[in-house]
Design a protein around this ligand. Structure first.
Ligand SMILES: NC(=O)C1=CN([C@@H]2O[C@H](COP(=O)(O)OP(=O)(O)OC[C@H]3O[C@@H](n4cnc5c(N)ncnc54)[C@H](O)[C@@H]3O)[C@@H](O)[C@H]2O)[C@@H](O)CC1
Length: 487
């Protein structure tokens, strides 16, 4: 993001001070949408870098909009204020603001119900907080005030490992500019911010897209452009055939969920290779699905299936291990989930046998069982990046925000999904969706990204009216979301 700012200043007819003005105006629009009352007491806490410069411009704009109860806290901790900070300070002084000069954090006093706008330090953070900044941040956190951070909470690093224990500002809301910070998507950010809001500031979109980066944010635009329409005169053969190898006597639900999701995501044909004991349930709940006896798997012509998935509710006994072993030897890309991954975790030599262009979909625990314990999410995602490259597979590392590591070394961040989806069976549905897209002749990268994004998007649509979403409910709602995205 810092590179984007710098490029924009160089290549657009815009001075950095004017970009700061745009940033401040965008912040105020988002802030006043959340806190519209002009009598609201507000303390704008400013550092002396460009984040503090934003804070000063924000105070001026808020005053211009009739917010009459603003105090501006100026820290005096730095020897070298930034040029734009100084310019904005001169501008602000003309509006006759109420200024609190703070040299000692212990002097901080907040008014009743005062909201703190945190503009102390932003993306320029280059070391852990200490001394006066640490003391001030501690005092602000302790005050119990509502805190809205400019760009990032002070002390929170935008990229790289998040410091543990976290000692920065604990914001109720961070209003960030143009692009979200990568670290907002890591679970450890929950301590630093309850919510983030990303506001556009008119930076060059084409340039942002073209920037070489190891990170990509999945967008609705990409998904809509990638989804192929269902053509006139097409038939079930056009949309591929999924083989779902899943289920065990007591975990047949997982197989049914994965099979159902493959159907609801548009595969032309779906065959469930489940134990005989699940056949009645399959026929009752998913009459569209076909059935392949487990005993016949090794006689079946596997390449008539455009996607083969294995794992949901499978079990990890000898019989299932042998089935997996057999599939791994066929050298056909697979979708591997749940117990298929657990079997591999218990037999690590199998990792190298995963066919290239396969997709594995571990959650945190499955991932660590496969690749070892990780002290934090940043390191876990870096391992995913390395392993996806080394094995030439796609790794879907599941979480509220799922990371998809591609064989190219890129990591895609999925912005969709929500806590209402945190319930058993969701992963089985995801596996079915990914297999379905693979069968519909998307590449393994596309199938994984489409599956993950649309899974989360379906959940987000349902969460508008539901506090909890059962996996089977989500599965049935996929076709509607597909229709909406096929614009
Ligand atoms: N052109 C730009 O770069 C733009 C920057 N903007 C704002 O500017 C911010 C970045 O500004 P700066 O690069 O000036 O940096 P900050 O304002 O985040 O920090 C100021 C300075 O504090 C020092 N510092 C870093 N860590 C510290 C620590 N732990 N304790 C004490 N001092 C520390 C650093 O020397 C840093 O340059 C963004 O977050 C955003 O709010 C926006 O105005 C948009 C344009």
């Amino acid at each position: 993001m810092r590179a984007v700012d710098a490029y924009t200043i160089q290549h657009q007819p815009i001075a950095s001070i004017d970009l700061m003005e745009q940033v401040a105006a965008a912040f105020v629009t988002a802030f006043t949408a959340a806190y519209p009352h002009q009598q609201q007491a507000i303390l704008v806490a400013c550092g002396q870098g460009n984040n503090g410069g934003d804070g000063l411009a924000i105070a001026s704009i808020l005053a211009g909009k009739g917010f009459s109860n603003i105090r501006v806290l100026l820290t005096q901790f730095s020897q070298s204020p930034s040029a734009d900070y100084l310019l904005n300070l001169e501008r602000l002084k003309k509006t006759n603001p109420s200024i609190v000069l703070l040299t000692n954090p212990s002097e901080l006093e907040l008014l009743r119900d005062e909201i703190v706008i945190d503009a102390l330090l932003g993306s320029g953070l280059n070391k852990p907080l200490s001394g006066t900044y640490a003391a001030l941040v501690f005092a602000i956190n302790q005050s119990g005030a509502t805190i809205v951070s400019v760009d990032v909470p002070t002390g929170f690093s935008s990229e790289g490992e998040i410091q543990a224990p976290y000692q920065g500002i604990k914001a109720d809301l961070a209003i960030s500019f143009q692009l979200p910070k990568i670290n907002f998507f890591f679970p450890e950010s929950a301590e630093a911010l309850k919510k983030f809001n990303v506001v556009p500031i008119g930076l060059k979109e084409d340039y942002i897209e073209s920037l070489p980066s190891d990170w990509k944010l999945i967008t609705n635009q990409w998904v809509s452009a990638t989804l192929k329409p269902r053509e006139n005169f097409s038939h079930k053969g056009t949309y591929g055939h999924v083989l779902m190898l899943a289920g065990n006597a007591e975990t047949m639900g997982a197989a049914l969920l994965a099979t159902g999701a493959a159907l609801h995501s548009g595969a032309g044909l779906v065959t469930a290779c489940i134990p005989q004991s699940g056949l009645t349930a399959l026929n009752v709940s998913l009459p569209e699905a076909m059935f392949l006896r487990r005993e016949f798997l090794q006689k079946a012509t596997l390449n008539k299936y455009q996607a083969v998935a294995i794992g949901p509710g499978l079990g990890v006994d000898k019989e299932q291990s042998q089935l997996l072993d057999y599939l791994l030897k066929q050298n056909q890309p697979l979708v591997l989930d749940a117990d298929a991954l657990n079997i591999i975790a218990n037999n690590k030599h199998l990792l190298d046998k995963i066919p290239q262009k396969s997709i594995i979909t571990p959650h945190l625990k499955e991932f660590d069982r496969l690749f070892g314990e990780h002290p934090n999410w940043w390191q876990r995602v870096e391992t995913a990046r390395q392993k996806a490259q080394a094995l030439q597979i796609v790794i879907v590392l599941k979480n509220q925000y799922t990371f998809i590591a591609l064989p190219t070394g890129e990591v895609c961040i999925n912005p969709t999904g929500n806590p209402a989806m945190a319930q058993g069976g969701m992963g089985d549905v995801l596996t079915g969706m990914i297999a379905s897209f693979m069968a519909q002749s998307y590449t393994c990268e596309q199938a994984a990204i489409l599956g993950v994004y649309l899974h989360g998007k379906t959940g987000d649509a349902l969460a508008e009216n539901q506090g909890v979403i059962a996996a089977s409910t989500l599965s049935k709602a996929i076709p509607k979301i597909l229709r909406e995205c096929h614009q």
